[in-house]
Structures are given as structure tokens and as C-alpha cells.
Design a binder for this molecule. Sequence first.
Ligand SMILES: [Zn+2]
Length: 302
Amino acid sequence: MTVLAEKTQVSILVDAGHGGKDPGHLPHNSSGLQEKVLALEIAMKVGNYLTTYLSNVNIEYTRVDDSYPTLDQRVDQANSGQFDLMLSIHINGSPRSEVYGTETLIHNYDSKQSFSWAKLIEQQFKKRAGRKSRGVKTSADLGHSLQILKFTKIPTVIVECGFITNINEAAYLNSIYGQEIIASAIFRATREYLQSTYKSIDFSPPPAVEPTLEPESAVSSEEEEVESYYTVQIMASIDPVNLDIPQFKKLDKPVNRVEVETTSLYKYKYYVGSFASKKEAKTLQKEIQENGFADAFVTYIK
Ligand SMILES: [Zn+2]
């Protein structure tokens, strides 16, 4: 085994639960997606975040489509010697529709690395994503052992991103907004875990991750003088998020979605306000951060 100090890269196996003939938990109504579909959406988004925003992280997937690798195959892949960590994404279900919230599962509390990673994930859900965290759970807590947790030899967590059987949570899980927030929370927790575990590896973002901002509205036509201004960016996404969702409405200010010309996967940026002074923008940033967008920042549009 390589000692941590010699490592120059971390390889993570990202596993979208279920797939193919195994749909996982089923939605409570016909318009909702099955667990296997939601798990794949979120797993791919987390993988994209990790490779887009961190250097020296290698991501592979157990599946990238609606196929069904068996649990044995997933465990074998995790134990192949190529990977340092395994992140498995699932969606929960319960016969009791009032049950909701996130859980991160580990084999047992002796798996210290898995435990600290899992705690960071639940912290992100609770503190930054505004979710109800049901905490870190072990096989003993669940009353049965999960094959993936039991047999993988590398630190492994299973993230249960919410209950598909709860009406409100199912709507959130089915929304692109919800999927983006969940994926970014798992990403931030994983980044924190990597930085504290592999101290010799440089995870700083690859250069040119943040493209020059060129909002469509500011593409200058010859006769129209385009003004520069400060604005608050509240989030970015891979797919366009609808502007009429409650999270945006709560801000009580129009949100401007801009498709940015970029090589990054994050083509959609969301801005609020336009100001001549940075100070005014900072005041709005604070207000927005208190309203659920903790990562909002001020940016200057030319
Ligand atoms: Zn599952």
C-alpha cells in the first residue's frame, strides 16, 4: 500500500445505487422519478463537481447509465486496488410518508475515516443546505449490514439523500435545484475530508475554472453602450434551474439566469441585483446569504 505522504492523486469510486432491473425505492406518485434515476443524476453531478473544482482527483463510476452492476461487482471494483475511497449515492424510502431527511451510512464507528467523512457530509446537509439531518448511521443502527459497507476495504460511505416517499422531499429530490444543492453539499464535505486527510496533495482548483463572465445580456451590440456593474452571484448549475422555485422567490428579488460561454460544466449562473458600488452589492450579499444561499458572492460584470 502507498503511504499517504507519497500519494499525488486520490481516486474515488462514485456509485449510483441500483440501476437496470433494480429501481430501488419507488416514488409515491407517477410523476416522480425512481431512486435509481435520481441516484445517477446526483452521483454524476458530485463527480463533475469533484473533477471540475479540484486538482489531482480521479473519478470513476460503477455505472453511468441504466445498467445494473451487481453488489459483488461493485465491491470487487472498489477493492481492485485502484481506489482510495468509495462514495455511494442512494435515495431513501419509508412506509411512513411523514419521515424525511438525510442519512449517511457507514459500516461501524471503528471505520474512523468513513466516520469523519460521513460526519462532514451530514454537517453540510444541515448547516449549509438547510436539510434535516438524521445523522450518521451504522449497520448496527439499521439492524442489518449493507454488503457494500461490509466488504469494501477502502473508506466507504452511503449517502441517503432524502426520502422519495415524503411529498415535499420527493419534490426537492426531483428538482434540478435540489439535486444541485445536494451534490454541492456532498462535494464540499468531500473536499474538506480530502484536504484534511491527504495533506501532501494539492487540491487547489485547476486554473481557469472560473471563466470570464460574459452574460448574454451584456453582449455588446455596436450602438448600445453596456455598463459595468456589481451583482451577487447566488449559484451556478449544470442544467438550467427554473426561476419560479420557492428558494428564489424567498429572496423577494428578481433572479437573473445567464447562460455563460464556458468550457466548464457550470453553464448557468444566477445573479441578483445590479449596483454601481461594491458596498451596496455587499449589503445584498449578506441578506442573500442569510436567506439560504451561504455561498453567494459579489462579482463585477463588464
Ligand atoms: Zn438504495
